[in-house]
Design a protein around this ligand. Sequence first.
Ligand SMILES: C[S@@+](CC[C@H](N)C(=O)[O-])C[C@H]1O[C@@H](n2cnc3c(N)ncnc32)[C@H](O)[C@@H]1O
Length: 212
Amino acid sequence: MIPLIDAKLEEYAIAHSRAPSSLLRELQEYTHQHCDNPQMVTGPLEGAFLRMLVQLVDARRILEIGMFTGYSTLAMAEALPEDGELISCELDRDHCAIAKSFFDRSPHGGKISVVLGPALDSLETMDGPFDLVFLDADKENYVHYYEKTLALLRSGGLLVADNTLWSGRVVDPKKHTDRALAAFNRQVQQDDRVENVLLTVRDGMMLVRKNP
Ligand SMILES: C[S@@+](CC[C@H](N)C(=O)[O-])C[C@H]1O[C@@H](n2cnc3c(N)ncnc32)[C@H](O)[C@@H]1O
């Protein structure tokens, strides 16, 4: 991932945002030491932002597509009320095992259910409504995840899609994944069922509010 903003500015933004819990810090460190592609972790700035969004939409039910070792999952679960629920879809068994080992140590872990398997299949078994959806799995399927999860989102609910600037490659797409993300951004922009804003946070975050 090519940083969109200067590393010092990013550090400054992190230092002036809500600090992650000690367990989240440990999870990030563990992922960096033991996992391939640790840059996939959303990390402290995006984690603090997701946490803020959970509170702003007064979320009680969250659906996540793409959990990895569970950073974003735990960051959002920590902000849910006691009776809140977060369902996370993840393809990789090893990622699930690591994530669950951290959820088991969190007082918020009981709010999280993990669904193992290809998310498009898992979505067929889901019942809405959800207050918040977070898309962060295989980018080639974002256009499909969008339609399926928008149907499960409550009116006025929020869908957040990560990596939507894709290190800037959406501007002049060359590879399949570049084109897939550019197509997703176009799809959202042209959808009159929603209101959206594409933020330059980290690798780009598309925020989509389903119109009441
Ligand atoms: C960018 S990472 C998610 C990062 C995570 N949100 C975090 O904060 O650490 C993408 C994850 O999506 C998972 N994934 C890829 N294709 C998938 C699919 N078809 N269904 C479910 N999960 C998938 C990968 O195994 C990977 O763990």
